[in-house]
Structure formats: C-alpha cells, structure tokens
Design a protein around this ligand. Structure first.
Ligand code: BES
Ligand code: MN
Ligand code: ZN
Length: 500
C-alpha cells in the first residue's frame, strides 16, 4: 500500500471512498468537509442534525456521491466521544472501516482528518494512526478459502487530508507502512494451521522473509541444542515428531559500545498441553501459540527497514508441545542451558521452558537489554482480555521505554507487579525452581520463572496470551483473528533505545 499526506481538499481528492471521522454527539459538518457537503446538497448535515448518524464508535454510514465529486463514496465513521479518543481507538476505527471498504472492493481510499480529531494528538501520531489503521485493514483471515469472496484486491493507496505535512509526519507515514505490512505478514503466519506451520516451516518462512533484508539468519537444529545443553527446550520437544528449531536473526546497526537488544519470542506451533493435556474446547486456537515468536520476526523485519542505530538479536525457540510415549511427564526434572534444574509440575507450562533457553542464549550473546514476548498464560487473558499486553519487568527505565513504544505503536500495554513477596511461587522441593504452582497469580508466576534466567540485566516480559488473538465481538477493537500484537511495540522500542 502507498500512503501520503496531501493538501488536496476533500471535495477535490480522487478516491473510491473518502472516510470522514465524526465524533459522537457532533451535530455540525466539519469545516474540512463543508464544500464537499455542499455538492452532496447537505446530506451530511442532515444526517448529523437529524441524528441519523450519531458518531458512535465504529458506526459506519456510506453515502454515494452520485458523480457530484471526484470520489465515489463518502463514508462517515464514528470515532466516539472526544475525551475517549486516543490513537489506539482512531487506529481501530479506521482498521474496521478499511476492512469493510476493502471487502466492498474499494482500493483507493482517502481519510479527511477534521480539526475536531486532529486536536487530540500530535501530527506525526495522527499520521501514524491513520496509515496503520488503513494498512492493517489489508489483512484477511480467509487466505485458505478456495472461493474467497473477501479476497478482493487489497487497498492500494491512501491519501491523508487535514495534516500539515511536516517532516516528522511524512517520516511517520513511511515507517507506518513498513510496520503495518510487517504486522500483516506475521498475522498470516499466526493464522496458519499447525499442520501447515511446523517449526521447520517456520524456519523456512523466516529464511524467505529475511532474504535481501540484510538480516543475518542462523537456525539451530536439535543436535546444536544438545551441544548447547538446551535441556528445557529439548524437554518440550520430546513429545513431538516434528524437529524443534531455534531461529536466530541478527541486525547490526549499532556502533561499538551501542546497546544490544535481544527479542526472545515463544514459538510453540501447537500447544496441546502435552501429558497435562488441554480440554478440547478451543484447543484449535493453540495454533496461535507461536504468536510471540512470529512477532519477534515481524519486529526484526521492520527494524531491518527502519534501520535504527542499535544491535538487535531476535531469538525464537520453536517446537510443538505434544503428548506421546516419549513426552516429558509431571514430576520430571530437567536442566536448562543456564544450568538451573527445573521441576516440571505441569507440561502445559511449556512456554516458560522454551523461553528460558532462548533467554540464556541472549545472555550468552551479550544482550544488554532483554525483551521476551509470549502467549504465555490463560491468567493474563482472563485479566486483561484480548485488548492489552501484560508487562512485567525488573528495570523501571526499560519499562518506561516500553510504555513509550506502546504509545507510538498504538497498542495497549499494562504493567503488573513482581514484588519479592511472590518469590515463593517458583520454589521447588527437589530442584532449583518449578514451572507451575497454585491456581492464582499465574501470569506473575510465569514472569518470575523467566526472571530467573535474565542474569539481572534490564528485562521486560510481554504476555500476549490475550492480545494476540481477537475473538470477543463484544469488544469493538480490531477485527477477529490474529492481531500481530507486539510487532510494532518491539520495533519502536529498538528505535527509542537507539535514540536514547
Ligand atoms: N499457551 C498457553 C497459554 C494460553 C492460554 C495462550 C490461552 C492463549 C490462550 C500456555 O502454554 C499455557 O498452557 N499456560 C497455562 C499454564 C499453567 C498450566 C501453569 C495456563 O495459563 O493455564
Ligand atoms: Mn501450554
Ligand atoms: Zn503454550
């Protein structure tokens, strides 16, 4: 998709559809659309005055322009109450509208941002939100349908009207296209069924995607893992007939002494639970348990294009978690590559096991900052639902940067505590630590387990078990299916860390 800021007036722009965001309760036609509405004989004004369009969040009314304008349709999109309008909500409203319009066959879109909306944020943030909102609407979940009605051509171009095209805003548009496309690519991976997305396929896909990006790729196989004594990752892999892989991507953009950021993502291509097998209801969703690993790859692909002056290593331990005669059992004790012994209480707490070897690898590679990301716990999904990432950490200044990155990304991140009072949760009777415990504080327990491996370095853990997949129609956020949670946060974090 192409996108640019234009100075063309709304009544002059050529487009298949021109989107006009309207606030809830707004009864006047925005000044930027006054001349346009004149050509429409006051249709917009009438809809607003007579309250036939109320501007409710995600309300959508298309008006045919009947050849009175160079654009074919004017589409009113509700963006809700002014005091609640932030860049997350603007992105989401535009993504939903963009998806509807794409499915109606529109390929050239324009968005008019009226003063009522632009007053809510800086120009660059608005430019990013508009570009990503529409860019993200190009993702479609039905790529495996043979008769695919919704697969009509993607949106090709976006004109953004109403922003002064300063340098920062134009740069934001360029970056936003890269970020939306990287996000959509990995949403497609997360959507792909586990029979078509094994650890080996994952590694192949990364190889294809990384070609010609300048990223350096290394894929460890199981012999390498044995040599490196990755007993935790190998323990999870035992039950599966599919060989495990460890995917390592390197971006070298930093000068000597620059920080090295490690991004470690959970790549479980299917989580059956193993011997502690999951109930069948919703088990099919566990094809998305590689969402963290995919997000790391998405972020690395974006970073390769955005070129921040920093070094970044992306590390994705990937395997299936399956039951079999060879599978690990509750009560087994395994030794990870960092040398710690781990008692396995529950084989369904496998994410933290594979991540522990990924994090140890990051430490051995000299990472100065570590961010891990994983669809780790049902606990975080129950707490925050599908609309926010849960964050845990050991370093307030890195956590602050993550929060700033999330603001830029238009993703919601919420920090949860890791007070020392919780420490007992991972203590084992017979080994150094155990992988599961009481039925409460599940997300915190997982975070404390991971913290054992970061060697005291600045670290943030992102639990995306809720946010990676949208399946709650009662929440008007992003469309159903994989969201690409975390890709943009990590890419922005690399930029912020480089500029610090
Ligand atoms: N992959 C799951 C977490 C998950 C749950 C992701 C729901 C997305 C939606 C993870 O491996 C898991 O099974 N976690 C268990 C841990 C427990 C056994 C300690 C959980 O959270 O229930
Ligand atoms: Mn599990
Ligand atoms: Zn899992």
């Amino acid at each position: 998709m192409q996108a640019r800021l234009v100075e063309t007036a709304a009544e002059k722009v050529e487009a298949d559809a021109l989107i006009l965001p309207i606030l809830e309760g707004q009864t006047h036609v925005p000044k930027e659309a006054a001349a346009l509405d004149k050509r429409l004989k006051g249709a917009i004004e009438q809809l607003l005055k007579e309250r036939e369009f109320r501007g409710k969040f995600m309300e959508l009314v298309p008006i045919h322009n009947l050849n009175t304008l160079p654009s074919r349709w004017t589409v009113l999109v509700g963006v809700g109450r002014v005091e609640q309008l932030d860049m997350v909500r603007l992105r989401n409203a535009l993504q939903a509208a963009g998806q509807t319009l794409r499915r109606r066959g529109h390929r050239r879109l324009a968005v008019v941002l009226p003063k009522e909306v632009t007053g809510r944020a800086e120009t660059a943030d608005l430019a990013r939100a508009a570009t990503e909102g529409i860019g993200l609407s190009n993702f479609d979940t039905g790529s495996l349908k043979t008769r695919h009605e919704n697969a009509v051509a993607p949106i090709e171009s976006l004109s953004i009207i109403g922003l002064d095209g300063d340098k920062a805003a134009s740069a934001a548009v360029k970056d936003a296209i890269v970020l939306a496309e990287a996000t959509n690519r990995i949403r497609d991976w997360v959507n792909t069924p586990a029979n078509a997305f094994t650890p080996s396929v994952f590694a192949e896909k990364v190889k294809e995607a990384a070609r010609a990006t300048g990223l350096d790729l290394k894929v460890l196989d199981m012999d390498d893992m044995r040599r490196l004594k990755m007993g935790a990752l190998l323990a999870v892999a035992r039950g599966s007939d599919e060989p495990a892989k460890m995917i390592i991507l390197r971006y070298a953009g930093g000068r000597k002494g620059a920080p090295t950021l490690a991004l470690v993502g959970k790549g479980i291509t299917f989580d059956s639970g193993g011997i502690s097998i999951k109930p069948s209801l919703n088990m099919e969703k566990m094809k998305s348990d590689m969402g963290g690993g995919a997000a790391v790859v998405g972020a690395m692909l974006a970073i390769a294009e955005l070129k921040p002056k920093i070094n970044v290593i992306g590390i994705v331990p990937t395997t299936e978690n399956m039951p079999s005669g060879k599978a690990i059992k509750p009560g087994d004790v395994v030794t990870g590559s960092g040398g710690k012994t781990i008692e396995i209480i529950n084989t369904d707490a496998e994410g933290r096991l594979v991540l522990s070897d990924g994090i140890t690898y990051a430490v051995n590679e000299g990472a100065t900052h570590i961010v891990d990301i994983a669809t780790l716990t049902g606990s975080i999904a129950r707490t925050l639902g599908p609309l926010a990432i849960g964050a845990f950490g050991n370093d307030p200044s890195l956590m602050d940067l993550v929060r700033r990155a999330a603001d830029l990304a238009g993703e919601r991140v919420w920090e949860l505590p890791t007070w020392a009072d919780y420490d007992g949760l991972i203590e084992s009777e017979i080994a150094d630590i155990k992988n599961s415990t009481v039925p409460w504080a599940g997300a915190t327990t997982a975070a404390l387990f991971l913290r054992e491996f970061v060697d005291g370095r600045p670290w943030v853990h992102l639990d995306i078990a809720g946010s990676a997949w949208q399946d709650a129609p009662e929440l008007r956020t992003v469309p159903k299916g994989p969201t690409g949670s975390g890709v943009r946060v990590m890419a922005h974090l690399a930029q912020l860390l480089a500029d610090r």
